[in-house]
Design a protein. Sequence first.
Length: 151
Amino acid sequence: MKYKHTLLPLLFYLCSLPLMAQKHLQVGHFFGSDYGKQKEATEILMKGKRLKPYNLMLFRSLTLPTQSINIAEIEKAVTADGSKAIDKETGRKGNRLYYGFFQLQPLKGLNCYLFYRNNSLNPANSRKANITLIYMEGKASLDELKKSFAR
C-alpha cells in the first residue's frame, strides 16, 4: 500500500514529462492553451509508436487562423527561441518572419526542433491565412526531418 502512494504520483509525473518538454521555450505557453481551443484552430500532440518511423518521440503542432491571434506575440517568441538555436534556416518578407526552422539545444539527449510558418505573408495563400508552429523532439537529425517533410 505504501508503494501505491509513491508509485502513482511518480507515474503521473513521468507521463507528463513529454508534455512539459517545450515549456522551457518562449513558444511553450502557446501549446495546450486557449489558442488551440479557438474556432478553426488545430492542435496536434503525438508521441510514441506513431513517430518511430520518423525517429521522433514528441510532435506538437498548432495551426491558428491569423485573424484571431496576435501574430507579433507569436513571432516575437519564435524569434527569441530561434536566437538560441544551434542551426537555423529562416525566410523573411519585409520585416516579418515568414518561416523559420530551428535546431535547438539538445534536451536530455534528444534533438529539439522548432518550425514556424506565417502563410498570411504569402498572397497565393490568402484563403489560408494562418500560422503554424511545430515543436519536435527525438533522435532524428535535421537532414532526416527535412527529407521526411519533403515527401
